[in-house]
Design a protein around this ligand. Structure first.
Ligand SMILES: NC(=O)C1=CN([C@@H]2O[C@H](COP(=O)(O)OP(=O)(O)OC[C@H]3O[C@@H](n4cnc5c(N)ncnc54)[C@H](O)[C@@H]3O)[C@@H](O)[C@H]2O)[C@H](O)CC1
Ligand code: K
Length: 528
């Protein structure tokens, strides 16, 4: 089982191409499924201990994986039952089904077990779960008033989320040794009678609620593969075992929160992609000949809200910049922070390695003048906050003519204002914005996506939700500016800044403030 960091992210089409390449090299779908089954069964045995297992199988190859796993676990002496949504449709799934000697329960009538394994749908899911007619059960509108197959998806909000303590998306659970079943969960829910006439997602939630450990094979059934959408009111799993490679929906919200801890299983299908999970950066400490300018000089343009620029300055210093210059009228900040009034001469200082503009800049005429002066320099730029709002239109087009790197750090609102709102996935949107602007885009959020104009992408696993407090974006901008000033390429600088920011947040624990976060960057940097 591999953790996510640094791994390629493959779309449904990408994983099909990888599988085709493996088949061209001598594998068969059946041999790949057999290997997948072995890897999943080994992982389940480590996670589930000796507890009884229910595997729910769908009609495609995800269901096929389920049949193989069931056979292997039963051969290993475990108490395994299968409930099927429909007969297998693919040759490989039919062969896997034929290898299962035990009974098969109809999905709608399945009784829960302490361990639930979801093998209903994987990368082949095309619509919401409740739109799928169950062949072994009746989900017709006549039995389910209001359920029109193909026309009604339950909403996420309707689901309510089952949250289990101690399991995080980036892997807090042990990868060896059985997972001790949690104490009986929510008695009322565990004991409730499962109505065999409910739609698929409702039934799946009931089975999950009654289980002590839930494991999704490849993806939680009911999420898309490529863009993080949740199509039905599905449960949140404890563990998702990703086959061959991680998929974007393992990291993109809201799907990611349904995955639990994601582990990748090597099933002999090599995977490569320019879209990758954010990796821990390699940032060597300063060498013996280092001096303040060789470590990088960051200049930060202040504006009408000086606190934001100070936070960014503090972050740049503690992320490792050798010299931080605050250009504005605010004399406050640590003694190590150099202050100068803003002027076109001061901003043109040739020793500046990176100029950061936006935190607390304001949107008035003075702010516009400072932004135009910043854009007129030849410095590498990090553009955040208010400066992104002022960038719309002609200024954005002019940027394409600059030689030095530019990094934009928009949150969702700033991204929409700059590039337009869209229902497309976050990776696709960030890539298009990077290609259009020529800038490296750090599209912030619970699932930060970094995109380069050449199409390279890094996706960050979920960081601490406590980052949702004022000023943390200013800290991120400062950290990224320090990385760019140190000479890292824009993608690496953005990735390192995002990683340091997430690590600093982890170290801060709960209810921290942005000042604490900036302080914690020193320790995050020291951990590398
Ligand atoms: N990645 C690999 O190399 C391997 C992956 N394997 C597993 O196979 C699935 C993908 O299998 P596939 O058969 O393509 O798709 P699914 O099993 O996810 O389901 C497709 C199945 O379901 C039907 N369907 C989909 N959506 C709907 C809907 N809304 N309504 C009705 N029916 C629907 C569709 O028509 C198909 O019949 C992957 O995730 C892995 O788990 C293999 O092990 C091989 C190696
Ligand atoms: K699944």
């Amino acid at each position: 089982m591999m953790p996510l960091a640094g791994q390629p992210l493959l779309t449904a089409a990408g994983i099909r191409a990888a599988e085709d390449a493996a088949i061209a090299a001598g594998a068969t779908v059946g041999s790949v499924m057999a290997r997948a089954g072995q890897e999943i069964a080994a992982a389940v045995r480590r996670l589930a201990g000796a507890n009884a297992i229910l595997i729910v199988c769908g009609p495609g190859n995800n269901g096929g994986d389920g049949y193989v796993v069931a056979r292997l676990l039963r051969e290993a002496g475990l108490d395994v039952r299968i409930a099927a949504l429909a007969e297998p449709k693919t040759d490989a799934a039919k062969a896997a089904r034929a290898g299962w000697a035990g009974p098969i329960e109809p999905f709608v009538d399945a009784k829960p077990a302490p361990i639930l394994i979801d093998a209903l749908f994987g990368t082949g899911l095309t619509r919401g779960l409740d739109a799928i007619p169950a062949e072994n059960g009746d989900t017709s509108p006549a039995r389910h008033p209001g359920l029109e197959p193909g026309s009604r998806f339950l909403t996420e909000e309707a689901a309510g989320h089952r949250v289990k303590p101690g399991v995080t998306n980036n892997g807090a659970e042990s990868s060896s040794g059985p997972v001790a079943p949690s104490p009986a969960k929510g008695g009322a829910q565990s004991d409730r009678t499962i109505d065999s006439a409910t739609p698929i997602a409702t039934k799946l939630r009931a089975l999950a609620d009654a289980a002590q450990l839930t494991i999704a094979i490849d993806l939680p059934s009911g999420v898309t593969t490529d863009d993080g959408r949740v199509l039905s009111a599905i449960p949140s799993y404890d563990v998702t075992l990703a086959l061959a490679a991680a998929k974007p929906s393992h990291l993109l919200q809201p799907a990611a929160r349904h995955c639990g801890a994601v582990r990748i299983l090597d099933i002999g299908v090599p995977a490569a992609s320019s879209v990758q999970v954010l990796a821990r950066p390699t940032l060597p400490p300063p060498g013996p000949d280092a001096h303040k300018y060789s470590r990088g000089m960051v200049a930060i343009v202040a504006g009408s809200m000086p606190g934001a620029a100070r936070l960014a300055s503090s972050a740049a210093m503690r992320a490792g910049a050798g010299y931080v210059l605050l250009l504005g009228d605010d004399p406050a900040g640590p003694d190590a922070l150099v202050h100068k009034p803003f002027s076109t001469e001061a901003i043109a200082e040739t020793r500046i390695n990176t100029l950061l503009i936006g935190p607390g800049l304001g949107r008035d005429a003075a702010a516009e003048a400072r932004l135009d002066a910043a854009l007129a320099t030849a410095h590498p730029l990090v553009i955040d906050g208010d400066a992104l709002h002022l960038l719309r239109g002609a200024r954005l087009t002019q940027l394409a003519h600059r030689d030095a790197p530019i990094i934009f750090t928009p949150h969702g609102g700033e991204f929409d204002a700059l590039f337009g709102a869209s229902a497309a996935g976050k990776i696709e949107r960030a890539r298009a914005a990077a290609a259009q602007s020529g800038a490296t885009i750090v599209f912030k959020g619970a699932d930060t996506v970094i995109a380069e104009p050449d199409g390279a992408v890094r996706v960050a696993p979920a960081a601490s939700p406590w980052l949702s407090t004022a000023g943390t974006g200013d800290v991120l901008a400062g950290a990224i500016a320090a990385m760019l000033a140190a000479g890292l390429a824009p993608l690496e600088a953005a990735a390192a800044g995002v990683w340091l920011h997430g690590e600093a947040a982890r170290r801060c624990g709960a209810a921290f403030i942005a000042d604490d976060l900036a302080q914690a960057l020193s320790a995050a940097r020291a951990a590398l």
